[in-house]
Write a protein that binds this ligand. Structure first.
Ligand code: PHE
Length: 369
């Protein structure tokens, strides 16, 4: 971009401050988009009930459904900026969808925070792009070191969704950290997001006898992969499947049933964490949405508070002023302390979750070095 005339989203003197939401509300990632949107809505409702920002203005959240499609994610970013005149964007959830929307935010000089996108390329699109999550070089290393140190694994297979920037990036990180730690990758398999039959690649993985299988993909494919590994291909339960944040959905257990038990994945937060902040958040979320908040809800909530604090600190809802204020933000969120490095990426801890009896159980916390 660069040659386009930026949209002039000058905020009105009084009334609401408009924030756009670009989320995967329907489609194959609907569980992600819905949770993230709900976390943000809870935060804005709390902030507005406590007097709003800038001396009494309400944050008004305009959500559009990108249908889990990167094409729609770009169209919606454009619409929210040009038609709705939002001063900032929240979303999308995934790295691929965020990479599609980010150039539009940059061209129009509208700050965009993906609460959840973890691929490092997302914030590198430009200085208007932020996130509330850690990035995949950290997350992938957490799971590679978990395989080496906690599980004493020497051999691993990886199964990558080649239609996802997130999956490809995490696969590379895992491979490099696992091999430099003395492990060996014995099988590397690829699939795409619409695949439903994983029997062939699972048979190939099983023939190499890996101790662990890393599947950095989303619940919609991870569920059938785990189910088919156990019930079609006959994986023994000694082969430990490992995943990342993309496993975080209640739908994983609808799809995998008991085939996910005993496995581990990295995540941003756990509702089991026993701090007053997490307890207050889980209680408020439960009361409003009648569900236990997952990590997407927690990151959405944190991204909304980041944005509100940036507007309040800036003393202005002008998009360029919000951008500068966001770059300097420091808040304590539900998912940890959020302070951004020079790439506008938070540096924060990960948790490892163990799946037991079709439930997520907090296992351990891994801090960044
Ligand atoms: N990190 C994922 C991505 O970049 C999105 C995600 C975050 C999914 C948190 C689940 C939980 O695509």
């Amino acid at each position: 971009g660069g040659s386009k005339t930026p949209a002039t989203n000058t905020p009105v003197e009084s009334g609401d401050i408009l924030i756009g939401g670009n989320f995967e509300v329907t489609g194959e990632l609907a569980s992600f988009g819905t949770s993230t949107r709900n976390g943000i809505q809870l935060a804005f409702d709390e902030i507005n009930a406590n007097g709003g920002v800038l001396g009494g203005k309400n944050l008004k959240f305009i959500v559009e459904d990108n249908k889990s499609s990167s094409t729609d994610a770009a169209i919606i970013a454009q619409k929210l900026i040009q038609n709705d005149k939002v001063v900032a964007l929240l979303g999308p959830v995934t790295s691929t969808n965020s990479l599609a929307a980010a150039p539009i935010a940059v061209d129009n000089k509208i700050p965009m925070i993906s609460p959840t996108a973890t691929n490092p390329a997302v914030t590198k699109v430009g200085e208007y792009i932020f996130r509330a999550s850690f990035i995949d070089p950290f997350q992938g290393a957490v799971m590679a070191n978990f395989a080496l140190d906690n599980l004493n694994a020497k051999t691993a297979a990886i199964m990558i969704d080649s239609s996802s920037d997130y999956s490809k990036g995490l696969g590379e990180v895992f491979k490099s950290v696992f091999t430099s730690g003395g492990g060996q990758i014995v099988s590397e398999q690829f699939f795409v997001k619409d695949d439903t039959d994983f029997n062939t690649i699972l048979t190939s993985v099983k023939s190499q006898n890996p101790e662990v299988v890393f599947v950095p993909a989303y619940y919609g494919t991870v569920g059938p992969i785990l189910d088919q590994a156990k019930y079609n291909v006959g994986f023994s339960e000694n082969i430990i499947f490992l995943g990342a944040d993309g496993w975080d959905s209640p739908e994983l257990f609808d799809l995998a049933k008991d085939a996910a038990n005993g496995f581990y994945f990295s995540n941003h937060y756990s509702p089991d964490i026993d701090t007053p902040e997490v307890k207050n958040f889980t209680a408020a979320y439960q009361a409003k949405f009648n569900a236990v908040p997952d990590a997407l809800a927690a990151l959405g909530y944190d991204a909304a508070y980041m944005l509100a604090a940036a507007i309040e600190n800036a003393g202005s809802a002008d998009p360029t002023v919000i951008r500068d204020s966001l770059a300097a933000i420091e808040i304590t969120g539900i998912s940890g302390k959020i302070k951004l490095d020079e790439n506008r990426d938070p540096v924060k801890s990960a948790v490892v979750i163990k799946i037991e009896d079709q439930k997520q159980v907090y296992y351990t916390t891994v801090d960044p070095k």
